[in-house]
Design a protein around this ligand. Structure first.
Ligand code: GRF
Length: 201
């Protein structure tokens, strides 16, 4: 299966997918990396691996709809079977969502703590257990059908960065596992239920 991965930051989830895809048996290859900003480690990781990359900046377009269309076109060039949003910090518009299935990874147990400050909000709330969620992306903010989740315990003395690092360790493994199974075994969605298996991508 052909994957396009979207990043906005350090790209450690992208790196985990790159490392997994190095094994031909994984069943997926990263054909391009897209970002909404220049100069991030995620793009440097793609460059080091010789993976084509593109940047579509919101500020480069007169409207959000124009950005959405430009991002769709930049992704479409690479003919992905699946788009993976791995730390991409923009809400994807309906042109992108109409063109490709998109999987996202989120560092909380949705529907708890949606949005861009999930880990800080979990700390502030004082939850004892949080985790990560891999889900299909719909037009809402982290509201799409859940594919997989895994719990992560909050330790005494955790702050946002120590907790986020612990979550990311789990998140990278969960994302690699889910994307690989979707690529190798196929998947289908009925309402809010995603079933893995069926026809390979
Ligand atoms: C991940 O925890 C992702 O869920 C969140 O931001 C982080 C991105 O990390 N949206 P990286 O860029 O993959 O290292």
């Amino acid at each position: 299966a052909r994957l396009v991965v979207l990043v906005s930051g350090s790209g450690t989830n992208l790196q985990a997918l790159i490392d997994a895809a190095a094994d031909g048996a994984y069943g997926a290859s990263i054909v391009a990396v897209g970002a909404d900003r220049e100069g991030i480690e995620g793009l440097a990781r793609a460059e080091r691996e010789g993976i084509p990359s593109f940047v579509v900046k919101l500020s480069g377009h007169p409207t959000r709809a124009a950005w959405d269309t430009a991002l769709r076109d930049a992704i479409a060039v690479h003919r992905p079977d699946l788009v993976v949003s791995a730390g991409f910090m923009k809400i994807l518009g309906h042109e992108v969502l109409a063109a490709f299935p998109v999987v996202n990874t989120h560092p909380a147990l949705l529907p708890s703590f949606p949005g861009a400050h999930a880990v800080a909000e979990a700390i502030a709330y004082g939850v004892r257990v949080t985790g990560c969620t891999v889900h299909l992306v719909d037009a809402g903010v982290d509201t799409g059908p859940v594919i997989a989740q895994e719990a992560v315990t909050v330790e005494d003395g955790d702050d946002e960065s120590t907790l986020h690092e612990r979550i990311k360790t789990v998140e990278r493994r969960l994302l690699v596992e889910v994307v690989g199974r979707m690529a190798r075994d196929g998947w289908s969605v009925t309402g809010r239920r995603v079933r893995l298996g069926g026809d390979p991508l």
